[in-house]
Design a protein around this ligand. Structure first.
Ligand code: SAM
Ligand code: SF4
Length: 333
């Protein structure tokens, strides 16, 4: 058997996004409701189980692992987990371990991340204005995030800022945020809000197509299309005036599925082969069973068979149910 994970459309799956917790210390309005019911702790895979799962994925051709959440840095002993995982990087079996974080805990962990072989991280920041940040995240911790970014830079981590474009909230600030990020040598990626999970607001009020953001940016900046590809959904432009790179993730205005190379696994061991579909398979039963290697292989083969060709997001109808009931914090984006 060819061990490389490949789906029925011929796409090789080399990228695993692993959510290590669904909990978070923020409550971003587009991601969560203020009152969330999180998964019972007993349902979570232990760090040992997550480690063994990663080894199985690596044996099936996964070359890159991104840790996400919820907020990954709130999971206890995540540093010990990353330290152990780094053996696969040292052996050459894995190219990269990365992390997506909201940055609140980075001041504490940036040095360890770098020491355990993490070279690049994504930090989510939608506003540098204290009032807007508070309104968006419902927590007054902007200073912690900014200190975290400084710590990550001092530790030598390469940083990409992820910003969700939100109508009437941070749209006017996006040019300034980009200039700030580029000025500090950080790339930036803008993301269209996706209809995942019930939140307290209507997504029609949040959704801002990046085509509109690009039009606005082009009034002030020269955006040069680049052929840069990371195997992910982002399209990249170089901004002549800042010299920085701006990525745009446009699931709604521009479907990006043809080059999809990834799967997502949640902290309870559910594998989702598409962010925009509810279909999942339970790997936890397999890894806790009597023949974990065989059962896991079977399930991964089935997952490859089930991976859909593309997602079907749509945000046009006011009051519509989310395309997928699961929140982004379950799979980590
Ligand atoms: N807590 C970490 C963070 O915020 O970076 C990691 C998990 S978070 C779910 C991953 C990314 O998904 C963040 O950049 C966040 O802004 C984005 N996100 C969350 N909900 C989203 C939604 N409904 N549509 C688009 N992006 C979303
Ligand atoms: Fe937490 Fe990240 Fe979701 Fe914000 S986007 S609530 S930081 S998981």
């Amino acid at each position: 058997m060819d061990s490389q994970l490949k789906d029925s459309f011929g796409r090789e799956i080399t990228y695993l996004r692993l959510s290590v917790t669904d909990r978070c210390d923020l409550r971003c309005t587009y991601c969560m409701a203020e009152n969330m019911t999180f998964l019972p702790r007993k349902d979570l895979l232990t760090l040992e189980e997550l480690d063994s799962l990663c080894s199985s994925f690596i044996a099936r051709g996964i070359r890159k692992i991104r840790l996400t959440g919820g907020e990954p840095l709130v999971r206890r002993d995540l540093m010990g987990f990353i330290e152990r995982l780094s053996r696969h990087r040292e052996s050459g079996a894995l190219d990269e371990i990365t992390l997506t974080t909201n940055g609140t805990q980075l001041k504490r962990f940036a040095g360890d991340l770098k020491a355990y072989g993490v070279e690049r991280i994504n930090i989510s920041l939608d506003s540098r204005d204290p009032d807007t940040f508070l309104k968006l995240t419902r927590r007054a911790v902007l200073e912690d995030v900014l200190r975290g970014i400084e710590a990550a830079q001092e530790a030598g981590l390469k940083i990409k800022i992820n910003t969700v474009a939100l109508k009437g909230t941070n749209d006017a600030e996006i040019p300034e945020l980009m200039t700030w990020a580029h000025g500090l040598g950080m790339d930036m990626t803008l993301i269209e809000v996706m209809p995942l999970g019930d939140i307290d607001e209507d997504r029609v009020d949040q959704y801002l197509p990046l085509t509109a953001v690009r039009d606005e940016l082009e009034k002030r900046f020269t955006l040069i299309d680049t052929p840069m590809k990371t195997g992910g959904p982002a399209r990249y432009v170089k901004v002549a005036e800042t010299g920085g790179i701006l990525g745009m993730i446009t699931p709604l205005t521009n479907n990006f599925c043809a080059g999809c190379n990834r799967v997502r696994v949640t902290c309870t061991g559910q594998i989702y082969t598409c962010l925009g579909h509810g279909d999942k398979l339970d790997l936890r039963e397999a890894i806790r069973g009597s023949n974990p290697d065989l059962e896991l292989d079977k399930l991964l083969n089935l997952a490859m068979h089930q991976k859909p060709e593309k997602h079907h997001f749509d945000i046009s109808e006011r009051g519509a149910r989310p395309a997928v009931t699961r929140h982004m914090s379950v799979t980590g984006g």
